[in-house]
Design a protein around this ligand. Structure first.
Ligand SMILES: [Zn+2]
Length: 656
């Protein structure tokens, strides 16, 4: 290990630290609570040490590089690389051709490495999957090598591989459904609020699915996506009737949705991130080299070519073809159409002449010259060199004229001059996009950022057209202003018209009446039940009085403020005030007395406020809490301990 690390250029100080850790290490084993005597550990890395995986990977490197350099071991030829072995910690995957020779060499490499390092191969855990050998050859090899020969499939890092590519998706995507089903059953038995169920899906289920989707960029089996969606919705609604449209549930929280992960969009996003990888010419990802070889065309040229110019081999290569098909469907959204400024000039079969390297280098250092390289501010960039660059030769000028005449001949040439879209900018940047999956997912979400349908209902009820930026505030304060999720939940239910009301029940139950079941006087509309009913009015008046007392502001008793949290107060001062907390607490009380004619008591609001306060106190670190307490909770605390509080409670009680 020491020699390897030194070879990698780690300096003497660092090596002496490693020596200190690994000089005479000992171990003890705990059996039923009792520790054994200590014994010496002679090989392996220290368990649980964060350095261990790195040390292991580095010490395995001599084996891997010896295999890569061994000319007798033949693997799969990519476009420019030779692929023989993949390693993830101690999980090794060899891709061998000519197994009679290669396999023998691999075994002897492993033996040599084992003898030097003490690394042992577990033959029983080593498996071979035959992709293309004929029966007689296989029989001879099986006799020679004592590995486990897999009948038809092999599992590497949790993914089933099969000699027939078309079977890989069904082998992996179908079993995951029963895994998710079981997982959801396990979670269902616990009490989880409706909003937190969305959280469970995001934290627990989504990563498993994304791992599969990202590792196997092939067409998912028919019906699979619909099944996943059904499972998600069933889980969120706990098997009951859905109360929201699923398009609303998939929307981001800032647009009034629940941010339920939409796997359909993730499939698109996954292929778009692959596209960005294709565009990144400096990438060292080895799969790009294999895909390039299969596609028989540079991958970065493919997305912007006219459909009829995409080589047949590219369309037929399983993963490449699948990404291209997804791309074709997603393209209208991202405006990266054939009229894109990213139209490649290098490797474009429609362009009969070849782009000269000298001309290309005058416009870009990238290995691909694209249409947008030739324009600046909608004008052609002349080829004639500036002061530092030499004047163009005749051949260069001729080549440049060819390119210009080709671009001018295109029927959609005006599109070439437009500004780059956001996605096109990412493409030009190559792969410098961090967290590309979530960035692109949010980008895709902005295309469905229109407000949910319940917003229109509120406009009708209030006889007002509430501006979009006010709704953004509503959603923000519902989603993020309390650590207690059930209060967020009841506010969300309020704004999404969750609760049934008399005027609505009349529509599906003839014997019902549309008169308010509390006051028995007026038609029970949603707004009446929440706001104007004489049985609930004193409650909101008390909340207003309390809010004015706590903040010193003169607040108007308006459902837009108290029910929806829409206010002209500056964002920040509203956020750091007691108001959003008080409203969240208050809104969660009327549903408790929804069908009863008892008035909602103020006492319940006080109890809820205390819950929010203690949750916030737990959430923030001690030093931060002092500041938050002074800004937000000071006057509240003072009020609760004053005689005024008891007085008011009594007043509201009497009024009710
Ligand atoms: Zn009423």
């Amino acid at each position: 290990m020491r020699l390897t690390l030194a070879k990698f250029g780690l300096d003497a100080t660092f090596l002496s630290w490693i020596d200190a850790i690994y000089d005479n290490p000992t171990g003890r084993v705990r059996v039923n609570g009792a520790l054994t005597d200590s014994f010496q550990v002679r090989n392996g890395t220290r368990q649980g040490c964060p350095l261990s995986p790195l040390l292991f990977a580095l010490t395995l490197e001599p084996l891997l590089s010896s295999i890569r350099l061994n000319p007798l071991i033949t693997g799969i030829r990519g476009y420019s690389l030779h692929h023989k072995v993949s390693a993830y910690a101690d999980d090794l995957l060899f891709m061998l051709t000519d197994p009679a020779v290669s396999l023998q060499e691999v075994v002897s490499e492993l033996d040599t490495y084992g003898a030097l390092s003490g690394f042992k191969i577990n033959m029983n855990k080593s498996e071979i999957l035959n992709i293309s050998l004929r029966g007689t050859d296989t029989a001879a090899l099986k006799h020679r090598f004592p590995f486990r020969w897999c009948a038809e499939k092999l599992c590497y890092l949790g993914i089933w591989l099969h000699a027939d590519v078309s079977r890989i998706t069904s082998l992996n995507f179908l079993p995951i459904l029963s895994v998710i089903r079981q997982d959801m059953r396990d979670w269902s038995s616990k009490y989880i609020s409706w909003l937190d169920r969305v959280g469970v899906l995001k934290m627990n289920v989504l990563p498993c699915l994304l791992y599969l989707v990202q590792t196997i960029p092939l067409q998912v089996p028919r019906g699979w996506l619909a099944e996943v969606r059904k499972l998600f919705l069933n889980f969120v609604w706990a098997g009951k009737r859905a109360r929201l449209r699923f398009t609303t549930m998939f929307k981001p929280i800032s647009s009034g949705g629940l941010a339920l992960p939409d796997l359909g969009s993730y499939l698109y996003v996954n292929h778009l991130t692959r596209l960005l990888d294709w565009m990144d010419q400096g990438s060292t990802r080895r799969w790009l080299d294999l895909e390039w070889a299969l596609a028989e065309c540079p991958l970065w040229a493919l997305p912007c070519l006219l459909q009829r110019h995409v080589p047949l081999s590219s369309r037929r290569a399983p993963a490449v073809g699948c990404t291209l098909r997804y791309w074709l469907r997603a393209r209208p959204l991202f405006a990266l159409s054939p009229s894109s400024p990213l139209l490649p000039l290098s490797h474009n079969p429609a362009l009969l002449s070849v782009v000269s390297a000298l001309v290309r280098l005058r416009f870009t250092t990238s290995s691909c010259l694209r249409a947008h390289h030739l324009f600046a501010d909608g004008q052609w960039i002349p080829l004639a060199g500036g002061q530092e660059t030499p004047a163009p030769t005749f051949a260069e000028s001729f080549n440049y004229a060819q390119l210009r005449s080709f671009l001018c001949s295109l029927p959609y040439k005006s599109g070439l001059l437009r500004q780059l879209t956001q996605f096109e900018k990412y493409c030009v940047l190559g792969n410098s996009l961090t967290r590309s999956l979530s960035t692109l997912y949010s980008m895709l979400q902005t295309f469905s950022a229109d407000l949910p349908s319940f917003v229109g209902w509120w406009d009708d009820m209030l006889g007002d057209n509430l501006p979009e930026k006010h709704w953004a505030k509503t959603f923000y304060f519902v989603a993020s202003r309390s650590p207690v999720s059930r209060f967020r939940e009841s506010s969300y239910k309020l704004i999404s018209l969750w609760y049934t009301f008399p005027v609505q029940t009349v529509r599906f139950c003839i014997s019902a009446t549309d008169i308010c079941w509390r006051c028995n006087l007026v038609r029970g509309t949603y707004l009446h039940m929440w706001w104007s009913c004489s049985r609930i009015r004193p409650f909101w008046e008390a909340i207003r009085k309390l809010a004015c007392h706590l903040t010193g502001l003169d607040l108007v008793l308006d459902p837009r403020l108290f029910l929806l949290g829409q206010t002209d107060l500056p964002y920040k001062s509203f956020k750091w005030s007691i108001l959003p907390r008080l409203f969240l607490a208050a809104r969660s009380v009327p549903p408790l007395f929804w069908k009863s004619n008892l008035a909602s008591p103020l006492r319940e609001v006080l109890l809820r406020m205390e819950l929010i306060r203690s949750a916030e106190q737990l959430l923030y670190p001690k030093d931060r809490w002092d500041e938050i307490f002074l800004r937000i909770w000071f006057y509240w605390s003072e009020f609760v301990s004053s005689s005024k509080c008891t007085e008011w409670l009594q007043e509201v009680h009497d009024a009710g």
